[in-house]
Design a protein around this ligand. Structure first.
Ligand code: PRT
Ligand code: ZN
Length: 287
């Protein structure tokens, strides 16, 4: 029997599109979440995509119904599931924060002693309160946490924040960050060798896609006397490729530049006399 693994992703929500796109960029072909369809077998890679609610993903992985999954760290930690984070995915970034009414005078964590805090993250919040020696009344509600203070249900909230505009429009201010979160790939801790091998292949492809996004391929013409100086500002994967041009005294140079220092490097190259600089996106990069 052919070995396959099941990968759980969010059916519809903030992580769905990025999760599907990541798998597709890894060259995996599968159907999107149709009406009622829960499983989409990939046609060219041994995985089956399971479309689930994000809250259910950690449990499914812990129970071994799914072998791996893509889920927000916030959901993973809240679930207390014993599963392993195998890769951080750099999307779905947010923070779980404490927020209070804008008019409240906030001088520090003591504020929360004896106060009512509404949240959908009671486990993480309880841990935080305990670690800081605070006694608050935690009210667990499942949605629209941000309206709790306005309707008199709570004095503060503990909720996810990304842009901060939800807090702003509800007259609240963020005062403490409890957790910084992003989407992660999580896996069942006891996969067999065949399953581990499929996961390894998938992670290898994810790395290739991620590395490619973080790098650009650059091509430029460099006066021969500047070649050494230019080479010293270009890290390249090993070293840059240099080929002489038909015009005497000039060479073409090819290299890979990381996104992080991209503009500094381009400025430096121009200063050293490089011309006709061409920057090309990289689709996949195996280092
Ligand atoms: O139906 P299902 O249960 O699968 O989805 P869901 O509604 O529970 O989750 P969903 O799709 O809203 O979020 C999925 C995951 O996205 C979360 O678990 C986080 O890991 C991540 N994420 C990233 C966010 C946000 N950013 C975010 N801003 N999840 C929720 N929010 C909400 C937040 O709760 C608040 O209501 O957006 C509002 C705040 O946003 P700003 O931009 O106004 O600050
Ligand atoms: Zn959910």
């Amino acid at each position: 029997m052919e070995h396959r693994i099941k990968i759980a992703i969010q059916k519809s929500g903030r992580l769905s599109e990025d999760s599907i796109q990541l798998l597709r960029e890894c060259g995996v072909h599968f159907d999107g979440a149709g009406k009622g369809s829960l499983v989409a077998p990939a046609s060219n890679f041994p995985i089956d995509v399971l479309y689930l609610r994000d809250d259910d993903i950690p449990q499914y992985i812990q129970d071994g119904i799914a072998h791996v999954g893509i889920v927000g760290e916030n959901v993973l930690i809240e679930s207390r599931a014993s599963i392993d984070v195998v890769k951080r995915l750099d999307f779905g970034k947010c923070r779980l924060s404490l927020a209070v009414p804008r008019a409240a005078e906030y001088a520090g964590l003591d504020f929360f002693n004896g106060k009512r805090i509404a949240t959908s993250y009671p486990v993480i919040l309880d841990d935080f309160l305990k670690n800081n020696g605070l006694r608050s009344e935690v009210h667990t509600i499942s949605g629209s946490v941000e309206i709790a203070p306005n309707i008199g249900l709570a004095d503060a909230i503990c909720d996810l924040v990304s842009s901060g505009s939800t807090l702003l429009s509800n007259g609240l201010k963020e005062v403490e960050v409890i957790l910084k979160s992003e989407a992660v790939m999580a896996a069942h801790p006891n996969l067999n060798d065949a399953q581990k091998n499929i996961l390894r292949r998938l992670l290898f492809r994810i790395d290739a896609v991620r590395t490619a996004i973080a790098n650009k391929y650059i091509i430029m013409n460099v006066p021969d006397e500047a070649l050494d100086a230019v080479r010293s500002v270009l890290p390249g994967i090993k070293s840059p490729t240099v080929t002489p041009l038909a015009v005497k005294g000039w060479s073409a140079m090819h290299s890979v530049v990381s996104e992080t220092h991209f503009w500094e490097i381009i400025d430096e190259l121009k200063r050293l006399g490089a011309q006709g600089i061409l920057v090309v996106p990289i689709e996949k990069m195996i280092v």
